[in-house]
Design a binder for this molecule. Structure first.
Ligand code: C2O
Ligand code: CU
Ligand code: CU
Length: 558
């Protein structure tokens, strides 16, 4: 599709969008004239890679007398992200970035008192034009969300339930779901992208008896890896500079449809290394990037330009728990917010260096771009197989197939369609994104019955892949399939090509799944747990902030 047609296509897709609050948005021409002199950014080449050890986030300890009570303070602090840089000003839970890891047991609820102790000024300039960020809303406001958790609406961290500096909220987490790699992060309306970018995210590892019976690598052999991209200035300070699809940088404080950082960070460190033993490790990988997709591999080649020599690993778990059976892979694609629970076996690799690599283009999948507009971050960290093997006696075998119930399609009481679209100006630049031509503040249109099963179809009319996420539930991917864009413009959904069932590594419980351009993603979901207000959205944080996010309401059955 040439660019003119592309614009026509997109325009048609958004033809019925009402005049929203875009009157105040700076036009593309004004943006150009405002184009600021770019400050000097740190490029990957300006830092010596692999001189800093991988930080492992501390475990959060209970607060007070009961071991199920926690307190988490959001604080501003400074921490170096690389030893050749001055400390970076950050926001973090308990003054840490990533936040401390919360470990919980299935069936044992915990209470967390979340306290906002942040200063009165935001680290980044706020775009006051987008929904939820307009004055007199305080610039500094937060609300934590436990991503992937089945919690009551009052404890879910709804974006509009933000609280300002000096305030707090007490949330209950029932942990009534299988062991999984969950994570917590900020979700404040209109500024989630900047709050998370400032450092507000951390792991929440939910454990259960089934997991214990598998005898997986644990302790020093179980490593959470939060993968993110960050841009730093000369002084090592975070720069939040979003861009358009065509790579055009925006002035500070102006919303853009995507953000791609220039540097790779793992657990808050740029290009770290980890010394490992020649044995299996369990790696909990989280794509915590704002917009960047990651196609992760473990590469024995010396440099990213060498022919890759990938080691095979096993994915044992998805967002919501263990896979029905482990999947052997040499790459795993993760959209923002997706997790992969992996076994990487360094046995027999004594003396070798394994680089955690990525080759996903940015933007993703970038089909329409002659060249992708941002450099891929080819490397994130190194595993150096340099330690002698300890506790030799411990053998490890891959977990067996587990009992797994496929949701029954014939039980679905409804099929809902969600059209994903992007609003463009006359230059083809994004003004925002929508689900069914609606934003978050539009009235609830999805009322689902507690306990019922539904099919949801996400129809992607845009040029980007979108990682679609539902709160409250874990769902199953049924299929992906192409559709005829021309016919869709005239109001008919006409499928094209064969339906593609999920790959073996997606055939488990998911709370986030990617829908490619010109594709329909169909998921099946059972609305278990609680009645009340929840939401679903694209997890590219730039998209969810403006305004690819919608509420849904779980209503009592009958
Ligand atoms: Cu990671 Cu609405 O959440
Ligand atoms: Cu979530
Ligand atoms: Cu999106």
């Amino acid at each position: 599709m040439d660019s003119k047609h592309r614009r026509d296509f997109l325009k048609l897709c958004v033809a019925s969008i009402p005049a929203l609050a875009f009157a105040n948005v700076v036009s593309a021409d004004e943006k150009k004239s405002q184009a600021v002199a770019q400050p000097a950014y740190r490029t990957p080449g300006s830092l010596e890679p692999y001189i800093d050890p991988l930080p492992i986030p501390k475990r959060l300890m209970p607060h007070g007398t009961s071991k199920d009570q926690y307190r988490v303070r959001m604080l501003e602090f400074k921490q170096p992200m690389h030893s050749q840089l001055p400390p970076t000003r950050l926001w973090g839970y308990e003054g840490q970035y990533p936040g401390p890891t919360i470990e919980a047991l299935r069936g044992r609820s915990i209470v967390v008192q979340w306290e906002n102790h942040l200063p009165a000024q935001h680290i980044f300039e706020i775009d006051p034009h987008i929904h939820g960020a307009m004055p007199p809303t305080p610039a500094v406001r937060t609300v934590p969300h436990l991503h992937g958790s089945r919690s009551r609406s009052e404890s879910d961290g709804l974006p509009e339930k933000w609280f300002a500096a000096g305030s707090s909220a007490r949330y209950d987490y029932p942990n009534s779901q299988p062991a999984a790699t969950l994570w917590y992060h900020d979700h404040a309306l209109g500024i989630t992208r900047m709050n998370v970018y400032a450092g507000l995210s951390g792991f929440f590892l939910l454990r259960d008896d089934e997991e214990r019976s598998m005898d997986l690598p644990s302790g020093d052999y179980e490593i959470p890896l939060l993968l993110q991209d960050r841009t730093l200035d000369d002084q090592g300070q975070l720069v939040y500079s979003p861009t358009h699809d065509d790579g055009l940088k925006l002035p500070p404080g102006v919303w853009g449809p995507e953000f791609f950082g220039d540097l790779p960070a793992v657990n808050g460190a740029i290009y770290p290394y980890l010394n490992v033993e020649p044995r299996p490790y369990r790696l909990r990988i989280l794509n915590g990037c704002n917009s960047r997709f990651l196609n992760v591999s473990f590469n024995l080649a010396k440099s990213p330009t060498d022919i890759p020599s990938l080691i095979t690993f096993h994915q044992i778990g998805t967002d919501g728990g263990f896979l029905p059976k482990p999947a052997a892979l040499n790459k795993v694609l993760l959209g923002p917010a997706e997790r992969a629970d992996l076994i990487a076996d360094f046995s027999g690799l004594e003396g070798k260096i394994v680089t955690l690599s990525n080759n996903a283009p940015a933007p993703f999948p970038g089909w329409e771009m002659a060249t992708t507009t941002h450099a891929a971050l080819y490397e994130f960290m190194q595993f150096r197989v340099s330690l002698p093997i300890s506790n030799k006696g411990k053998s490890f075998s891959m977990p067996p197939a587990i009992a797994f119930t496929q949701l029954d399609e014939t039980k679905a009481v409804a099929t809902r369609d969600f059209v994903l679209s992007e609003l463009m100006d006359d230059k083809g630049r994004s003004l925002g994104l929508r689900i069914n031509d609606k934003g978050y503040d539009d009235p609830v249109t999805e009322h689902v019955k507690l306990g019922s099963i539904e099919k949801w179809r996400f129809i992607n009319t845009t040029e980007d892949a979108h990682p679609m996420h539902l709160h409250l539930v874990q769902f199953q991917v049924l299929q992906r399939q192409g559709f005829n864009a021309g016919a869709f413009r005239n109001g008919t959904l006409e499928f094209m090509g064969a339906p593609r069932p999920p790959q073996a590594n997606e055939a488990g419980w998911k709370d986030t799944a990617v829908v490619n351009p010109r594709d329909v993603l169909t998921i099946i979901v059972r609305f278990e747990g609680y009645t009340g207000r929840y939401l679903f959205h694209c997890h590219m944080l730039e998209h969810e902030d403006n305004d690819m996010m919608r509420p849904f309401e779980v209503v009592p059955e009958g």
